[in-house]
Design a protein around this ligand. Structure first.
Ligand code: PLP
Length: 498
């Protein structure tokens, strides 16, 4: 299987090249030329397999230039016992007879990013030793909060790599900030920027695609790669958990093999829901993919109208990991739905960077409407949902998951579609303790610090704070600098020359 670029179909590379480089040189994203299929007989077999076995099987369909031993090494390392706090890695929790919550936050940093970022360092170092054996890999990350920490944990002290993370100073939760400021490891760096996530992401993309920067790095024996979800190595592990969730739905007798499910995903960059789309195209029976946004509802509007317009107010919400106006992975969907029309996709992306908007063709919009539903939920609705779900079922969900539950509730009441639903739950509620506690006991957080709030949330609900969050209290911040977005390149070279 070869990979091509969303902006230049003449490019054809193996998966290890796509993963080692992260992004194609003309700015397009790598995608497999074909989507591999799995049949109901395959699914039926996978129902009786462990998460690790399911992951190996799915990955081997996409990473055909990796040997079986290499895939075994990568998957066994990432999902080894103890690394995730659930033996199922990504377990389903029954919310009500018709709705399952897919808990994707059992990893070391308590957000769904671990699902991919525990595996990516293995994939990337395996890929780079095949394709660029003499280069040190420099991972540059822009984060809206969770990617940064998950990437730092994944790459810390991985030989022959360095990792540098930029996050928006006022755009992440106190817990997320502490997690990054206290990061351990010899090969890591963290810097806040004055700006929002899109500024951080644009800055990173600019450094990444700057030819003179690449030359300078090359002279230093280094090469950039990306741990953001523009890297195919981030997406492919995410496809696995949707396949796995379907297998678990069959195993739990929530559906009969072959019957469809709906999948609901709280998304910002369109990465997580794109992985669900790939799972569907592989053959997982899915009726609708339901895209849930917070008040930054650029995707909701796009999926309903075919017009993508980022010229709108940016809101800092209580679901900060979805505070995004430029959803970079949408590009991959457009490439697929336009019949791999690289010219059209390149055109839309140029319009996006020039005018901040574009409109897709009618036939692409028709396909979007066939597969996707979309809705949004503001902070008030998010808190109401947390309180309602907790009150009715005793289940405590985080702010991002609540956006998805709220959008799904709206969808269900408007359509009366009672297809069994899997709702992706993307973070542990203690990662966003203040908002979650304020939702279940309005006003109680007044004047409390982050760790009082953690204790308060535990006292109020009986839920346990994961130890890796609770232990942050004891740690001294190591990375406290803040830079202007114009200075990001300088920060990168300062760190690399250390
Ligand atoms: C990153 C993140 C999201 C959004 O994921 P996308 O890749 O943008 O779809 C949602 N929730 C949490 C908790 C996250 O960390």
């Amino acid at each position: 299987m070869l990979y091509t670029s969303t902006r230049d179909k003449s490019i054809r590379v193996e998966s290890s090249v796509a993963i080692a480089h992260g992004i194609s040189k003309e700015g397009g994203l790598f995608v497999p030329e074909e989507i591999p299929k799995i049949g109901l007989d395959d699914i039926s077999r996978l129902v009786n397999c462990s998460y690790i076995e399911r992951a190996k099987e799915i990955l081997s369909l996409y990473l055909t230039d990796f040997t079986e031993e290499e895939i075994d090494y990568c998957v066994n390392g990432a999902y080894k016992e103890g690394n995730f706090s659930s033996p199922k890695v990504a377990p389903l929790h029954t919310l009500n007879p018709n709705t399952e919550i897919l808990e994707l936050w059992k990893g070391p940093t308590c957000a769904f990013k671990d699902m991919a970022l525990q595996l990516l360092p293995y994939l990337l170092t395996t890929a780079s030793s095949k394709t660029v054996p003499d280069k040190q890999i420099v991972i540059l990350v822009a984060t809206s909060g969770d990617t940064g920490k998950a990437a730092l944990e994944g790459f810390k002290d991985v030989p022959n790599t360095k990792i540098l993370v930029f996050y928006p100073n006022d755009g992440v939760s106190p817990m997320q900030k502490l997690q990054m400021m206290t990061q351990e490891g010899e090969n890591v760096g963290v810097c806040a920027i004055e700006g929002n996530f899109d500024d951080a992401q644009s800055g990173v993309k600019k450094i990444f695609t700057d030819k003179s920067v690449a030359k300078k790095l090359d002279d230093m024996g280094m090469m950039f790669s990306s741990a953001n979800s523009i890297n195919w190595g981030r997406l492919v592990p995410q496809i696995v958990y949707y396949v796995s969730a379907y297998c678990d739905m069959v195993e739990k007798k929530k559906v009969n093999l072959g019957d469809p499910i709906n999948i609901v995903v709280p998304t910002g960059n369109f990465g997580n829901i794109l992985a669900a789309y790939y799972a569907k195209e592989m053959g997982i029976p899915v009726k609708k993919l339901i895209c849930a946004s917070n008040q930054n509802d650029v995707l909701t509007d796009f999926l309903k109208t075919g017009i993508y317009n980022k010229n709108r107010d940016f809101y800092t919400t209580i679901s900060p990991s979805m505070d995004i106006l430029i959803s970079s992975n949408l590009e991959r969907l457009l490439f697929l739905l336009s019949g791999m029309d690289d010219k059209a996709v390149g055109g839309w992306m140029s319009e996006l960077s020039a005018d901040g908007k574009y409109q897709v063709s009618e036939d692409v919009l028709i396909k979007i409407k066939e597969y996707f539903e979309a809705g949004s939920c503001d902070d008030k609705g998010t808190k109401e949902t947390i309180a309602k779900v907790y009150g009715e079922t005793g289940y405590l969900c985080d702010t991002h998951t609540a956006v998805a539950i709220s959008v799904y509730d709206d969808y269900e009441s408007v359509t009366a579609d009672n297809t069994p639903a899997v709702i992706a739950s993307t973070a542990n509620p203690f990662k966003f303790s203040a908002s979650v506690l304020d939702a279940v006991r309005p006003g109680i957080c007044e004047g409390m610090d982050e760790f009082d709030i953690v204790l308060g949330l535990h006292a109020e609900t009986g839920a346990e704070c994961p130890p890796q969050l609770e232990n942050l209290k004891e740690k001294t911040p190591r990375f406290t600098s803040v830079c202007k977005k114009e200075d990001m390149e300088k920060v990168v070279f300062d760190m690399l020359s250390k």
